[in-house]
Design a protein around this ligand. Structure first.
Ligand code: BTN
Length: 267
């Protein structure tokens, strides 16, 4: 079966109309790069998605790579219009997307995952999904929402350095999940998000806070190569991370170049 056949096989007929606005690739360096290129040339309308079966150079936040083995995960990029959206809203969009993906995972796979500030979906202290939101310039300038989900991976599919910090939906539930159905559910939620943004903030913020339960946890904050210890207080109204540092200072961190780690392990 080709990737396209596998992805579309479980989809109900009425969902297929939306897939005319999706590019499916057997292989690519990064779906974010591919869609950025299409948008730059003006050949991708808003709402267009690029989904690949394999990425040779999947990218994550802070210049990290995103492991993207063939036939296992969802590697999806979505083009959102940036019209009227200030650059400061990028972190908010990433947070809204985390809420959408978490919900799609629950609806399709029945797994109640959590959110790790700012852009990861997690379960049992391990990462299931990462989100990378970038801007694109050119003909149809916009926002590229990149989503990588570990779906049907078995432990051997992860490089050894990820074995303690990453998991997959299959490893959690013990069964395979349809990448097509999960892609479809994610795209539907992103369509709703993009047509209404920035509306429904109260809803997204309360869902984000409910599932990103940081309050009271010891954290290690890494910024500009410097590490500080503190205790998490909560999520601010702008999706910032509020921490009380051990030197007595309270700060609200914005996504930018900050990485927050649990005192013990990944979370
Ligand atoms: C992170 O973990 O920091 C974010 C990971 C984002 C990975 C996705 S996979 C689809 C899209 N293409 C990429 O190169 N990255 C994103």
């Amino acid at each position: 079966m080709t990737f396209e056949e596998e992805i579309k096989t479980a989809l109900p007929r009425k969902a297929l109309e939306r897939w005319k606005n999706v590019t499916l690739l057997e292989s690519v360096d990064s779906t974010n790069n591919f869609l950025k290129n299409m948008a730059g040339k003006g050949i991708a309308p808003y709402g267009h998605c690029v989904i690949a079966d394999f990425q040779s150079s999947g990218r994550g936040r802070l210049g990290r790579s995103f492991s993207s083995p063939r036939g296992k995960g969802i590697y999806l990029s979505y083009l959102m219009s940036s019209h009227g959206i200030p650059i400061e809203s990028m972190a908010t969009i990433t947070a809204y997307v985390a809420v959408c993906v978490r919900e799609a995972i629950f609806e399709v796979c029945g797994i109640e995952a959590g959110i790790k500030w700012v852009n990861d979906i997690v379960y049992g202290g391990k990462k299931i999904c990462g989100i990378l939101t970038e801007t694109s310039r050119g003909e149809s300038s916009g926002i590229i929402i990149g989503i990588g989900v570990n779906v049907n991976h078995v432990p051997e599919d992860f490089p050894s350095e990820l074995s303690d910090i990453a998991t997959s939906l299959k490893m959690i539930s013990g069964k395979e999940h349809s990448r097509g159905l999960l892609c479809s559910a994610i795209i539907k939620k992103l369509d709703t998000l993009c047509s209404a943004f920035p509306s429904d903030k109260d809803y997204y913020l309360s869902e984000y806070r409910k599932h990103c339960d940081v309050s009271g946890k010891r954290v290690r904050v890494i910024k500009d190569g410097e590490e500080r210890l503190g205790t998490a207080v909560g999520i601010s109204d702008d999706f910032g991370f509020i921490a009380d540092f051990d030197d007595g200072r309270r700060e609200t961190l914005t996504a930018g170049e900050v990485s927050v780690r649990g005192f013990y392990g990944y979370i």
